[in-house]
Design a protein around this ligand. Structure first.
Ligand SMILES: Nc1ncnc2c1ncn2[C@@H]1O[C@H](COP(=O)(O)OP(=O)(O)OP(=O)(O)O)[C@@H](O)[C@H]1O
Ligand SMILES: [Mg+2]
Length: 403
């Protein structure tokens, strides 16, 4: 029979240990779980391009960085974060710069894109003048396809919706649509050797609807396959929690039990798991169930909002610019706090009970569909709605003083 402390020593030596790093850039070999998801994405990329969507902070960037670092044979991935790209010219220029890193010295000097870049002074983006961004974008990608003729190229573009929204502001909706249409044209022109994967922490559907509102009839991503990044599986969440407990050398009577509690309290969101262990470590608390539960409760009401949960509240007014829609979203979430699975008719009654005047079923269904896309709610097979994540429901209740 082994004693508890012997078990602890054994477990520590068998398990990978990691320091907590909530919100930081995670090394590919510190990304816990995700193997199945990554396999599925590569399998899909074999056929078509992919739109990776998910709730904020769920681990999208960690997944795609790992894919770029560890591609299967025959693939070549390029990662680019597009959050700070503000115009079509900046995008073309950023792609051009990134492509140059992968071309041999001879090719770099001679390639077609380099000539466009230099002839049109793309290096100096502060100078406003019409630049042939489309030509530069197409030629840069095609230069890389040609240089990597033995491999299939995947452009992993992170934060595409932010970039498109920025281009709308700087260059107008028409140019933003043109950028997306150009990317689609490239995908169609190179069906065998080019793939794209877009991801982002705001839904691309919001940005596309602003293009449609501007009367631009474009469906620039309907050839791409949507895949969702969900929280970790319970087993992976426990593994992450255990590795972090070990890495932070937390005192614990039973690491397995502590990891179970952390996984459950955080809905298996890796970001929150990292936060819990980091806070236990900073506050010098042991990894014991009662301490973990208390800590999570404190974090949920912390005015400093270390888990960035205020985002779920603040973005409502941004995503649902129509004030009546935004109000309806809040009423729906308030109603779902007290219920588990709820039919549309029951929701209608609950909202009516709060406002005394709501009977627009069609509008309710429309807003619920949008909320599903934004990961606020989910539907069971009988069409009943509930909060998508129990932890967010728990936070919303506290945030709105509904407990
Ligand atoms: N698989 C994982 N293993 C370990 N930690 C992870 C994992 N995925 C995410 N994390 C933790 O969550 C944090 C956020 O992850 P990441 O930046 O990949 O999410 P994201 O979905 O891209 O976020 P954003 O919406 O802000 O772009 C990371 O800094 C890390 O602390
Ligand atoms: Mg990210």
């Amino acid at each position: 029979m082994t004693t508890k402390s012997q078990e602890k020593v054994e477990w520590m030596s068998n398990s990978k240990q990691m320091k907590a790093n909530p919100g930081g850039s995670i090394e590919p070999d510190s990304v816990v779980g995700r193997q199945l998801l990554i396999q599925q994405i590569w399998k899909r990329l074999d056929q078509q391009c992919v739109l990776l969507h998910a709730e904020r902070r769920i681990g999208k960037t960690s997944v795609i960085r790992k894919m770029v670092a560890e591609p299967p044979e025959g693939w070549f991935g390029v990662y680019q974060d597009l959050e700070d790209v503000h115009s079509a010219a900046e995008f073309a220029s950023a792609v051009h710069d990134r492509v140059q890193e992968f071309l041999g010295r001879g090719k770099r000097a001679a390639n077609a894109a380099r000539k466009i870049y230099e002839d049109h002074d793309f290096g100096n983006l502060s100078k406003k003048k019409d630049r042939p961004w489309k030509n530069l974008l197409i030629t840069s990608i095609e230069d890389l396809i040609a240089a990597k003729a033995e491999q299939r190229l995947v452009m992993f573009w992170d934060e595409v919706p932010y970039m498109v929204a920025n281009i709308c502001k700087a260059d107008g909706e028409l140019t933003a649509a043109e950028v997306l249409d150009t990317l689609r044209m490239l995908r169609q022109k190179h069906p065998d050797d080019l793939r794209m994967l877009f991801t982002g922490s705001i839904g691309l559907h919001h940005v596309l609807s602003s293009l449609h509102d501007a009367q631009i009839a474009t469906e620039p991503v309907n050839d791409m396959f949507a895949i969702e990044v969900t929280p970790l599986s319970p087993a992976d969440a426990r593994e992450l929690a255990k590795s972090l407990i070990g890495g932070e050398s937390l005192t614990t009577g039973d690491a397995d039990e502590a990891a179970d509690v952390i996984a459950e309290e955080t809905d298996c969101f890796p970001f929150y798991i990292q936060h819990v262990v980091s806070s236990l470590s900073v506050d010098r608390l042991p990894a014991e169930p009662a301490q973990i539960q208390e800590l999570v409760q404190r974090q949920l009401v912390d005015s400093g909002d270390p888990w960035e949960l205020g985002h779920f509240r603040n973005r409502i007014r941004i995503y649902y610019a129509n004030i009546a829609d935004a109000r309806l979203v809040e009423l729906i979430l308030d109603s779902l706090c007290g219920q588990d699975l709820t039919t549309v008719n029951d929701l209608l009654n609950l909202i009516n009970a709060q406002t005394g005047e709501f009977d627009d079923r069609g509008n309710l269904v429309r807003v619920l569909r949008l909320m599903e896309k934004d990961h606020y709610v989910s539907r069971d097979t009988a069409g009943r709605y509930r909060f998508r994540f129990p932890l967010i429901r728990r936070w919303w209740k506290l945030d709105r003083g509904l407990s």
